[in-house]
Ligand binder design. Structure first.
Ligand code: FEO
Length: 401
């Protein structure tokens, strides 16, 4: 029988049966310029096993790929590593179609699937260290809370040394190629960093613990199979080391400066600040909010040491793009940042102070009071901006060493 979409073998007895989403450009606030994939896997063990499903609209593609390697009705085991709908959306329908003997998920997964599907998914909960037999192979589980949700878990197939890591080590990147060594490394590194910054940064402490557990359990996979983007078979060591570094969020000499402007006064201030940052030895990344999306700001902030925000005041409020940007970044809980607020105003001038308060609430260590200028900055005002840049750079030098 011919199938319009075919599975791709990723290891002996292990097949990718996911879907490629070339069209998605926004993933609840995350701008996905390269699309994404929803990865699912079939293990052709004595007890044929399905790991995860895909987002519901990709039903035909997913079922066709499954059917290209195994009779769907012969699937005996389904594992749900993560209950978010991009991986579980087709779970109820898949269960109804395949009628497996058992569906495994973590305890939190069991609760989440109940909350999503209201009795259509009966789960047998498993926990860290639990092993289930697939006949001629075993599957081990490791709960990985907050990578990305409380229910998240990894499944490891030691007989084929394949780690199914759901959102962990993933990225939003649509491609025809399934493996890291078939794609450009600098693009992969950027997309993996963007994914970590936008999805996983708030949970960095929990992720650091999971990385330790993977080491402690002696898991040394040949293939790491996430639920988004390419599988790792060549550069997992490098991506693992990058995850360890991103979890630490050590400050660097990079200063992110986000700003928005009405009549270019705040823009001028940002540019004078940048000149001061450079003169002091820091590297400034200016991100005008009118031309920078939230995901880019998050990615740049992940390895920054300073975060500065400049804004005009409009109708007694900070400019709305700044409220959007700061709300998004605050939710990601970046750490170890110094910073300051600045901006131009006409007559009331609340904007810079409001930004200052948000930065404070984010735990940004403020280097100065808000630097506010009325109307158009004079040369003296711009010199104050430049001096603030130099002061931030000096403070960064002390911290970075
Ligand atoms: Fe790809 Fe947290 O779902």
């Amino acid at each position: 029988m011919r199938h319009p979409f075919e599975a791709v073998q990723v290891a002996e007895d292990v097949y990718w049966v996911g879907a490629v989403d070339w069209e998605i450009r926004e993933f609840h606030g995350y701008m996905t310029g390269r699309g994404t994939t929803y990865n699912a896997y079939v293990v052709l063990a004595d007890r044929p096993t399905l790991i995860d499903t895909v987002k519901a609209p990709f039903r035909r593609e997913f079922l066709s790929r499954v059917a290209s390697v195994v009779d769907p009705s012969s699937i005996e085991v389904i594992v749900s590593n993560h209950s978010e709908m991009d991986h579980s959306g087709l779970l109820p329908e898949t269960i109804e179609l395949m009628k497996p003997d058992v569906v495994y998920a973590s305890k939190m997964g069991q609760k989440a699937l109940q909350g999503h599907f209201h009795g259509r998914v009966a789960v047998e909960p498993v926990g860290s260290g639990d092993t289930v037999s697939l006949g001629n192979m075993e599957l081990q589980f490791l709960e990985t809370r907050m990578v990305h949700w409380p229910d998240s878990m990894f499944s490891y197939l030691p007989d084929r040394r394949v780690l199914f890591s759901q959102d962990g080590f993933g990225m939003h990147y649509a491609s025809c190629e399934r493996f890291d060594d078939q794609l450009d490394w600098s693009t992969l590194k950027y997309e993996a960093e963007k994914y970590f910054a936008n999805i996983l940064m708030p949970f960095a402490p929990q992720i650091a613990r999971v990385l330790e557990q993977v080491r402690e359990m002696g898991i040394e996979p040949d293939i790491v199979a996430p639920d988004h983007g390419p599988l790792w078979r060549e550069r997992f060591g490098e991506i693992f080391a990058l995850y360890e570094r991103w979890c630490e969020q050590k400050p660097s000499m990079k200063a992110v400066v986000i700003y928005d402007t009405m009549w270019k006064s705040t823009s001028m201030m940002a540019r004078a600040l940048a000149d001061g940052l450079r003169a002091g030895g820091a590297c400034a990344r200016l991100l005008p909010l009118a031309a920078s999306d939230r995901s880019e700001i998050a990615t740049e902030t992940l390895d920054a040491g300073a975060f500065l925000a400049g804004v005009s005041t409009m109708n007694n409020q900070m400019f709305p793009t700044m409220a959007d940007g700061l709300t998004y970044i605050r939710g990601l809980r970046p750490k170890n940042l110094i910073g300051a607020a600045f901006g131009s105003f006409g007559w009331s001038g609340e904007g810079a102070k409001q930004v200052n308060d948000v930065l404070e609430s984010m735990g940004v260590e403020l280097v100065s009071e808000p630097l506010a200028v009325q109307y158009v900055p004079t040369d003296d005002d711009l010199l104050r901006c430049r001096e603030l840049g130099v002061a931030v750079a000096k403070e960064l030098t002390k911290r970075v060493g």
